[in-house]
Design a protein around this ligand. Structure first.
Ligand SMILES: *Cc1c(COP(=O)(O)O)cnc(C)c1O
Length: 401
């Protein structure tokens, strides 16, 4: 290796804690679905910074909104109102079941707010949150405890008390796990990190019934699925059920760090001055970027185009699975969160396939050790989807032999 990428990698390894296994590319520029690395190589980004840059990189309208706000006011304490926060809250509440929101800086923080709200609403002694195996809810201690994957707990025990995990999609076991101290059930409508795994609608309806029966709150983590990713503004809209509390983050600011917890007024009333807070949450620059982002995603026809392109990608992936049955058994997902489901043999080569695609200039990842995951910017064109499918076909052909 030589050049800028290599020399930055060397500097990076010395001073940045190694929490990421990084590719041999340092990114310097983004434009739409295109990324450029420090040595001038271009990539088709089909990951969007993990479901973040839904409008593509450096969308001009969002960038203008960020710059304009940065020239007026970058930060004030949450002891004062700012218009971007108000506009953002209006957009989120006018377009969801929610009536009020709390602003945070990330997904994990939005989930922390949801967990704290559920506990304070339920009152003393009722602190238990049941989430699902395979879930991913964040990296703070409480959200990692909610995360139903032991590998994220290892070395950090003891986990905070009050979190348990019901097997994915199993209603009877969930029912049996509900105890006096349980206050909420928390889940992603479609698990992103563990392999683009949608929950069955009948199962979710059963969860709603259990919540009603036992007076539990239903928390939906839509951090990955929300803000248009699945072809509707939120995934819950397609499932015919409504949560009590919902969290969003990733795509909310098209790249700026911002998250939100959404709920009904009646529940929100348990949060009063002093119960919860954040220095940076809802920062004016991040909020202004989020307002600009949401206005575009909510434009007429935008979400319909996500659905159509999602169907197109699904058809292309299904076709590849049929062509390479030794490696892939099918495709799944909603809108533009899709996974190519690998067979046992495919799984063996999953990481290598992602690396080969990287070498061809296409960015995707291997999620949950089961699927190749595609999270392209929602503005991706059909030509770019074709480009992805052709590259993927070439890579699969290399491993099919
Ligand atoms: C990414 C993600 C989180 C964590 O968000 P951070 O911003 O990384 O803290 C939580 N839940 C889901 C479903 C996610 O995809």
């Amino acid at each position: 290796m030589s050049g800028q990428n290599a020399s930055w990698a060397e500097r990076s390894k010395k001073v940045l804690i190694g929490t990421y296994a990084r590719y041999a590319a340092a990114m310097v520029k983004g434009d739409g679905c295109k990324l450029t690395d420090a040595d001038g190589r271009e990539y088709l980004d089909c990951l969007s910074g993990i479901a973040v840059c839904s409008l593509g990189h450096c969308h001009p309208v969002v960038t203008d909104a960020i710059c304009a706000q940065a020239k007026e006011l970058v930060h004030v304490s949450n002891l004062y109102d700012t218009l971007p926060q108000i506009e953002l809250a209006e957009l989120l509440t006018e377009n969801s079941f929610a009536e009020q929101i709390f602003l945070a800086n990330s997904g994990a923080e939005a989930n922390e707010a949801a967990i704290k709200l559920a506990r304070i609403c339920a009152g003393p002694e009722r602190y238990g949150i049941i989430s699902l195996t395979g879930s991913f809810h964040g990296r703070t201690l409480a959200t990692v405890a909610a995360t139903g994957q032991p590998k994220f707990h290892e070395g950090f025990e003891p986990m905070p008390d009050g979190f348990s995990h019901a097997p994915f999609g199993n209603l009877n076991v969930l029912d049996a796990m509900i105890a006096n101290q349980t206050c909420a059930i928390m889940c992603e409508p479609l698990q992103g990190e563990s392999g683009v795994r949608p929950l069955d609608v009948e199962y979710l309806k059963g969860v709603v019934d259990l919540c009603r029966k036992h007076d539990l709150l239903l928390i939906f983590d839509e951090i990955q699925t929300g803000i248009g990713r699945t072809g509707t503004f939120f995934a819950y809209e397609q499932l015919g059920i409504v949560p009590d509390i919902m969290t969003v983050a990733k795509a909310l600011g098209n790249g700026l760090p911002i998250g939100a917890m959404l709920t009904r007024k009646e529940l929100a009333a348990s949060f009063v001055p002093g119960t919860h807070g954040s220095t940076f949450g809802g920062n004016p620059v991040a909020a202004a970027g989020a307002v600009a982002t949401l206005k575009i995603i909510l434009e007429d026809g935008f979400l319909q185009s996500v659905k159509e392109k999602g169907d197109y990608l699904q058809a292309g992936l299904t076709d590849l699975a049929a062509r390479f049955p030794d490696l892939a058994s099918g495709a799944r997902g909603m809108g533009l969160i899709r996974g190519l489901v690998l067979t046992e043999k495919g799984i063996e080569h999953g990481a290598d396939m992602v690396n080969k695609l990287f070498e061809k200039g296409v960015l995707i990842n291997f999620a949950g050790n089961v699927v190749l995951r595609f999270l392209p910017p929602l503005i991706i064109s059909r030509e770019e989807i074709d480009q992805l499918l052709v590259a993927l076909g070439e890579v699969l052909a290399e491993f099919e032999a």
